[in-house]
Design a protein. Structure first.
Length: 89
């Protein structure tokens, strides 16, 4: 049975704004969660992203769903790199 590890890749890498390195592995996602404040962790988008990554750690077939939930949380926080870059930036 396949088990996710710290260096296991997410379903797809998530490119961040402001030259930050992409989030491409389970460990990088977990490290990001560790930087969230208690208030941030209580918002629905972060709660869902954290919960789904925890589910994926127990059942790897949920990794794509966990990655999409993380992508959504990052998008809500306006942390994702936009493709193509908007002209307003």
């Amino acid at each position: 049975m396949f088990q996710l590890k710290h260096d296991s890749p997410l379903a797809f890498p998530l490119m961040l704004r402001d030259g930050q390195p992409p989030i491409a592995t389970v460990g990088e996602a977990a490290a990001l969660f560790a930087t969230l404040s208690a208030e941030q962790r209580e918002t629905s988008h972060w709660k869902r992203a954290i919960l789904m990554l925890n589910h994926a750690m127990k059942e790897p077939r949920y990794l794509a769903t966990a990655t999409v939930n993380l992508q959504t949380a990052l998008s809500v926080e306006r942390l994702l790199l936009e493709f193509p870059p908007s002209e307003a930036s």
